[in-house]
Design a binder for this molecule. Structure first.
Ligand SMILES: CCCCCCCCCCCCCC(=O)CSCCNC(=O)CCNC(=O)[C@H](O)C(C)(C)COP(=O)(O)OP(=O)(O)OC[C@H]1O[C@@H](n2cnc3c(N)ncnc32)[C@H](O)[C@@H]1OP(=O)(O)O
Ligand SMILES: CCOC(=O)c1cnc2ccc(OC)cc2c1SCCC#N
Length: 389
């Protein structure tokens, strides 16, 4: 497949896969800031760049509606992600964020928001190197403006604005294959509301299974079983940071979280992110941690339901409680919060609990990418310690 745009970019190229003579690390050196293009890339004449101020209720609404109507759908067009406004504010305003990296495109006449792309700064460790990167996300072009090569312009513009902040690497995921994935993950789904998933056509009744038998199969206890299992609080940030940093150090690629990052990304925020920990009743040590984020989807074309309430496994650490038991407690609290499904990628140690906790494999894949950073050999999914939203 010809990737006319991606073949011009400092990313691993398909032709280079397996060429062990190429060193791991940055593909291109930084450009002197004076040489970074000072002015925005050209858009087609009827469009203009805009910086989206997510603090503005009006602009946040426009971004929310653009994504609600034009963002990612599954291959069968059964679902479309429906990121909430509070989720978008959380995702786009981490410590050290740049408003200038929240980039929109408007039609000059109507001022309608027709495209969007974002970056947020992150410190990502690759093996023993901690690299300042931009995490790129929410690339969206209105359905009516597709296949006009707008995406490459959006990507070049966010790249230019990231360069202006002296950052030269990026991390991103996509459901499509581009040059060149550092690893490819599988989505797994654990039914919490099997009746709804069958009604919308995602799941089907198993052979020789009745609906009541199926509901029983996925039934969960009313309360978590682990003694000392409780919601994370602000006072837990230092201990959770220590626990998480130690745990993530085993993976080849992972975030390099400090206490400010942990406070932003992992402190419970209603309808956005939930996090729980195990405080040993005896020693009061914090020994385990689990978290999931809330990402609803619009259900496309179903008479009875319009929204799917989905929880997505985020970062989990087990040092004393078996991961299987910890994740089962996560399922229990998610069911209690009325989620319809609990989703997880086969990253980190997730493979150790997926089948036993009755997750089923999805048919979608998620490819992980680094920009301007070569990884010598593709990673196993169990070597990946990074979850992007
Ligand atoms: C140092 C800092 C560096 C920062 C930047 C790092 C890189 C960040 C990269 C971005 C990471 C985003 C991560 C992220 O947001 C998470 S992945 C979600 C992406 N968004 C969606 O799928 C929403 C629905 N789809 C759309 O809005 C459009 O189809 C989009 C906008 C996707 C493409 O619009 P279009 O109207 O359908 O297509 P054209 O404009 O005609 O352009 C075609 C070219 O775009 C390439 N393409 C298609 N989908 C892509 C994708 N998901 N990533 C990268 N490239 C993608 C495609 O291969 C082709 O290039 P090629 O000819 O070379 O093959
Ligand atoms: C019921 C299981 O599927 C999903 O939860 C779901 C929901 N909404 C989506 C929107 C766009 C979409 O595009 C790939 C997929 C979904 C999926 S499956 C992959 C995400 C996970 N887990």
């Amino acid at each position: 497949k010809r990737h006319k745009f991606w073949e011009t970019q400092p990313v691993g190229q398909f032709k280079d896969v397996g060429d062990t003579s190429l060193p791991e690390g940055p593909i291109e050196p930084p450009t002197p800031l004076s040489e970074v293009k000072q002015e925005p890339y050209n858009l087609p004449s009827q469009y203009e760049w805009t910086t989206c101020d997510m603090d503005s209720e009006e602009t946040c609404n426009e971004v929310y509606n653009l994504l609600k109507n034009n963002y990612v759908e599954d291959d069968e067009n059964m679902f479309r992600f429906n990121y909430s406004k509070e989720f978008l504010r959380w995702a786009l305003r981490p410590p050290g964020y740049y408003k200038s990296w929240h980039i929109g495109v408007r039609a000059k006449t109507s001022k309608k928001l027709v495209a969007f792309i974002t970056g947020v700064p992150a410190r990502i460790r690759v093996r023993d190197e901690v690299v300042k990167m931009a995490e790129i996300n929410f690339l969206c072009v209105h359905k009516k403006l597709r296949t006009k090569r707008l995406a490459p312009v959006m990507i070049k513009e966010v790249t230019r604005r990231v360069h202006l902040e002296n950052i030269w690497q990026a991390a991103y995921t996509a459901g499509v294959v581009l040059p060149t994935p550092i690893t490819t993950c599988q989505y797994w789904h654990r039914s919490l509301n099997p009746k709804k998933l069958i009604d919308v056509g995602f799941s089907r009744l198993g052979p020789r299974m009745t609906m009541s038998r199926t509901i029983k199969l996925y039934k969960l206890p009313d309360q978590p079983v682990t003694p000392g299992f409780r919601k994370m609080e602000l006072r837990d940030v230092p201990a959770v940071t220590r626990l998480l940093r130690q745990y993530l150090s085993q993976f080849v690629v992972s975030p390099d979280f400090d206490e400010n990052d942990v406070e932003h990304w992992l402190l419970p925020t209603e309808d956005v992110v939930d996090s729980y920990l195990v405080e040993s009743p005896k020693t009061h040590d914090i020994t385990d941690f689990c978290s999931f984020y809330t990402l609803p989807s619009s259900i496309l074309g179903n008479q009875n339901y319009s929204i799917l309430k989905a929880a997505y496994s985020y970062y989990n650490v087990s040092t004393k409680t078996p991961l299987l038991q910890l994740m089962n407690d996560a399922l229990i609290v998610a069911k209690k919060k009325d989620f319809d499904v609990f989703n997880a990628l086969d990253v980190m140690h997730n493979e150790s609990f997926l089948k036993e906790l009755k997750f089923g494999p999805g048919d979608g894949q998620l490819h992980y990418y680094l920009y301007n950073y070569r990884i010598r050999n593709a990673l196993r999914t169990s070597e990946l310690g990074l979850v992007l939203l």
